[in-house]
Write a protein that binds this ligand. Structure first.
Ligand code: F6R
Length: 248
């Protein structure tokens, strides 16, 4: 695991965007595993900028997203499909038919989970998986638990995640209580993983996940076992691990 310390969010976004862009240049028909939330917005803006400058071509890229809220249709402004369209897909030359997000309104959620697992497998897995980090150490919506969930599954969001995500909704009551998420095995099967975290709210999760024991109580800690992980954090997110990380 390589840890890169950046001075701020902008620099974190640039470093992570450079890795994703390099992946697209290296393998134009690559599979990108993508995330939503506030962490990747700056990174997506960089990718859009390079596409507009004509140096990044998404024409043959396929994407698979980590998760989706249960009960939110793709047109719902807080759905993760809507987020991906408005923050990235609408602004690049990607074929939307090759962008996959779990189905949050499937009438048979178990079948939807199995079909998402099959989709990832059929695509040959992610060449690179981008991750954010929950304040409670979650990745995707794999919340702290007694064991690591394997495949795509429906999850009840913890109070801490509902609290953290209420900023995107008009009120706390509107935050969905469930999500459908890739499991830990789906994430670990990616050939390369890039995790980004910024701000002091993430400092405890960063310290526990990457400098503590591997435990399902801190789901991101399992990334310590993956052979190719880059963690890119601003200095606030690394503030509880003094002396760690490479300064840029
Ligand atoms: C989003 C996701 C979540 C977020 C995490 C951090 O697709 O899977 O794990 O990455 O909750 O969210 P932000 O970036 O909003 O702090």
């Amino acid at each position: 695991m390589r840890i890169i310390k950046t001075k701020d969010y902008e620099e974190m976004s640039l470093r992570a965007a450079e890795i994703l862009a390099a992946q697209v240049v290296m393998k134009p028909d690559c599979v990108l595993g993508l995330a939503t939330g506030s962490s990747p917005v700056g990174l997506y803006q960089r990718l859009i900028g390079w596409h507009e400058e004509g140096v990044l071509d998404f024409g043959r890229v396929t994407t698979v997203n980590l998760d989706e809220y249960r009960g939110l249709a793709p047109e719902h402004p807080q759905s993760y499909r809507y987020f991906m369209n408005s923050n990235l897909f609408d602004h690049i030359n990607i074929d939307k038919k090759r962008t996959f997000v779990p189905d949050g309104i499937a009438s048979d959620p178990a079948a939807a989970c199995a079909s998402y697992d099959r989709k990832i497998k059929d695509l040959g897995g992610q060449d690179i998986q981008l991750l954010g980090l929950g304040q409670n150490g979650h990745i995707g919506f794999n919340e702290p638990a007694d064991s690591f969930p394997v495949g795509t599954h429906v999850v009840s969001l913890t109070e801490s995640t509902i609290e953290a995500n209420k900023r995107f909704f008009a009120s706390r009551e509107e935050v969905p209580k469930e999500a459908i998420t890739m499991g830990i095995a789906n994430i670990l099967e990616a050939r390369k993983i890039v995790l980004i975290a910024n701000g002091k709210e993430k400092a405890l999760a960063v310290a526990e996940a990457f400098f503590g024991p591997v435990t399902p109580k801190v789901p991101a800690s399992i990334l310590q076992l993956h052979p190719d992980v880059v963690v890119i954090c601003d200095q606030e997110a690394l503030s509880l691990v003094p002396g760690e990380g490479e300064s840029v």
